[in-house]
Design a protein around this ligand. Sequence first.
Ligand SMILES: Nc1ncnc2c1ncn2[C@@H]1O[C@H](COP(=O)(O)OP(=O)(O)OP(=O)(O)O)[C@@H](O)[C@H]1O
Ligand SMILES: [Mg+2]
Length: 278
Amino acid sequence: MSIIVDHVTKSFSERNRRRQSKLVLKDVCFEVPDGEFVSLLGPSGCGKSTTLTIIAGFQGRDSGDVIVNGRTVTRPGPDRAFVFQDYALLPWMKVGENITYPMKMQRVPKEEREKRLDELLSLAQLQECRDQYINELSGGMKQRVALLRAIACDPEVLLMDEPLGAVDFQMRKLLQLQLESILMQKKVTTLMVTHDVDEAVYLSDRVIVMGRDHGNILADVAIELDRPRDRTSEKYHGYCDQLTELLKTALSGEVFTKEDEDIMNFIKNAEIESRRHC
Ligand SMILES: Nc1ncnc2c1ncn2[C@@H]1O[C@H](COP(=O)(O)OP(=O)(O)OP(=O)(O)O)[C@@H](O)[C@H]1O
Ligand SMILES: [Mg+2]
C-alpha cells in the first residue's frame, strides 16, 4: 500500500475574519512507497498534523489528491490506522477491550479477537495489563496500548502523530526499539510526524522536512543505514547533523512556541555534544 500526496492545498477560515482564510498547505507533494517508514519533520505549525489528518480522511482538502493504494481518499477507512499524540484511549474500558475495540467494530469473531489480543499483548510485553483500566497505566504503557489498538486490524497504512511525544527520554528509546521491531515484522507502510531528529533517523527509511512556507518540502532524505541502527556510527551522526541543519533553516532562527523551543534546545544540545567529541 502506497500513499501519494499530490499537490495538496488546504486553508482554514479564520474565526474572526469571515472572509479571510489561512493557507496552511500549498501544493504539497510526496510519496510513501509500499512498506516504507517515512517521518515528517518540521517546526510547529507548519502543517504536519494537517497533512496526516487529510491522508487519514478526517478532513478534506481544497485541491489536490491523496491516493492510498490507488484509491482517492474521501473519508477515513480501516485500511488507515491513526495513532494520536494523546493516545485517545477509552478510559472506561480495560486494556484488552481498548485493543480489541476496532476488531469488534469490524465484526471479527470473539475467538479470533482474543487470539489476536494475546499475540499483540506479548508483542509489546503487556500481558500483565490486559485487565487494567487505562488510568492505571504509565504514559509509556498507554502509548504502547494505543499503538497495539492501531495495528490490531492489520492496517496497511499506519499514520502516527508524534506517537512518542508524551513519554520521557528513557521510555522513548525503549518504545522506539519496540516500535521498530513491531513494524519491521509487519512491514506496514508508515508515515510518522515527529519533532525528534534522532527518532526520525533511528526509525525511518526516509525523512521529509517540511518548512513554514505553506508546508513546502525542504528536503527528502533517504536514511541508508542497516537495521537495527547503530547510534554510535559516524554515518548516523551525519544524518542527524544534516537534518538538524535543515530544521534550523526551517526555523530561521526564530522561536515561536514551546515545541520550537524544544527543537532549538535539542539542536543546541546536539551541537554542544558534538563539540565535546571533537
Ligand atoms: N481546524 C483548524 N482551524 C483553523 N486553523 C487550523 C486548524 N487546524 C490547524 N490549523 C492551523 O494550521 C496550521 C498548521 O497546523 P498543524 O496542526 O498542522 O501544525 P503542526 O505542524 O502539526 O504543528 P505542531 O508541531 O505544533 O503539532 C497552524 O497554523 C494551525 O493553527
Ligand atoms: Mg501537530
